[in-house]
Design a protein around this ligand. Structure first.
Ligand code: GDP
Ligand code: MN
Length: 399
């Protein structure tokens, strides 16, 4: 689960990671109040206004702006709240900004240079270990660095038996080229960051930039935090940070019905039990000349209720031209699923697209009979090839 920058920073701070201080606001008036609370001395310091959306690249898209006084805070806040922010990560339609973070500008001049670093903690699936990935080339172009100068990105593997060792945190600070107090600060930062990552059951922390300030503090200026959804039951306070307005509405509805659903761009909706079979079904749809409109795993116990919920979600997608139901009756009996399909169909009423229903396994013959005799616009199939041919046929009829 993704959370906003301001929420990520709250979590980091609670684990002793230094962050750029800020206050979240929904309106320009709140932004001005927030800026007053930050007690900025505008003779020397500025305020930064940052759009809160679940996407990076905000700086490039115009979602991060400086303000030199309260007047400008109000102006920038008015500009950013309500804007449709387009960044390299949002897609061309952009994302609506409804919250901003009003933060203290930490790029103030001082005794030494400011410097932006990149530090992330994530699971390296190939190694089966957490790693700390870091680079001296932090800031807005880390993707370019990864592509053109990958040798400038370092990795530190963490042994799960012993956790992050002191020498490893020092190695990170050393490789980042900081010295003196900044070195000590960096070691503290990395240590606290890793502790936070483990304790929160996160799947990724990406801090870009980590800033060394001109007075040698080390702070998180940005925070991209991804929490492992499977562990959220252990963290009700983090679960409450979920912002469903940032997520695909179809996927939100699906997760409320306990369906594993991913929205895709194609024209054939699919309803399958089991993730493996769902993947295979998507392949079959492609083979039949269609494109899957979604990935949907209804789980082990498909009944009329789950089938109905799944229909409702698939039918929300205007691109869907046909629905392929592919259910294997192992634990669940095919005739019960067939009855579920028929009941759901009758309850929803007029389903405007053809349905191809392939039920295989226990009582498959009975299931086919039920569907064939239902008088509904449902094509039944037992073999997978038959189902694929039916998909090709109904798509051709509509072309
Ligand atoms: P992202 O573009 O979505 O990754 O958002 P970031 O939080 O990383 O901000 C983008 C860029 O804005 C950073 O790389 C900084 O260069 C700049 N920025 C962020 N906070 C401040 C600040 O307090 N002062 C100044 N001068 N620049 C900032
Ligand atoms: Mn960033």
């Amino acid at each position: 689960m993704n959370i906003h920058e301001y929420q990520g920073k709250q979590i980091l701070k609670s684990f002793g990671v230094n962050v750029q201080e800020g206050i979240v606001a929904d309106t320009p008036e709140q932004a001005v109040e927030a800026a007053k609370q930050l007690k900025i001395d505008y003779n020397s310091d500025w305020v930064v206004i940052k759009a809160q959306i679940h996407a990076g690249g905000r700086g490039k898209g115009g979602g991060v702006k400086l303000a030199k006084n309260l007047e400008e805070v109000k102006q920038r806040a008015t500009d950013i709240i309500g804007m449709q922010l387009v960044t390299p990560q949002t897609g061309p339609e952009g994302k609506l900004v409804s919250k901003i973070l009003v933060a203290q500008d930490v790029y103030y001049p001082g005794a030494s240079e400011t410097k932006e670093f990149y530090i992330s903690v994530l699971l390296d699936r190939a190694k089966g270990r957490n790693i700390i990935m870091y680079s001296t080339e932090g800031g807005m172009d880390i993707e370019e660095v990864a592509e053109h100068t990958p040798h400038l990105i370092f990795k530190e593997e963490i042994d799960p038996k012993v956790g992050l060792q002191g020498f490893q945190a020092r190695k990170v600070a050393f490789n980042l080229g900081v010295s003196g107090n900044a070195f000590k600060e960096m070691v503290k930062f990395v240590t606290a960051l890793y502790k936070a990552y483990e304790a929160t059951d996160s799947s990724m922390f990406e801090i870009n930039p980590v800033l060394k300030t001109s007075d040698d503090k080390v702070i998180a200026v940005d925070a991209k935090v991804n929490l492992d959804e499977n562990a959220l039951f252990r963290h009700p306070d983090y679960a409450a940070m979920r912002d469903v307005t940032e997520e695909d509405p179809m996927e939100v509805e699906a997760s409320a019905s306990n369906l594993n659903f991913v929205n895709l761009d194609g024209n054939v909706g699919c309803m399958v039990n089991g993730a493996g079979l769902a993947m295979a079904t998507m392949d079959i749809i492609k083979l039949a000349g269609g494109e899957p409109a979604n990935f949907l795993d209804v789980g082990g116990t498909a009944n009329a209720q789950t089938v109905k919920a799944a229909f409702n979600i698939i039918l929300k997608d205007p691109n869907v031209k046909a629905i392929l139901i592919n259910i294997f009756g192992g634990i669940v009996r095919c005739d019960r699923v067939a009855q579920g399909v028929i009941d759901a169909y009758k309850e929803i009423g007029n389903i405007p697209v053809p349905i191809i229903c392939r039920l295989q396994g226990t009582n498959a013959e009975e299931a086919k009979k039920l569907i064939d005799e239902s008088g509904l616009q449902v094509y039944s199939a037992i073999a997978l090839k038959e189902a694929a041919d039916l998909v090709t046929k109904v798509l051709a009829e509509q072309a």
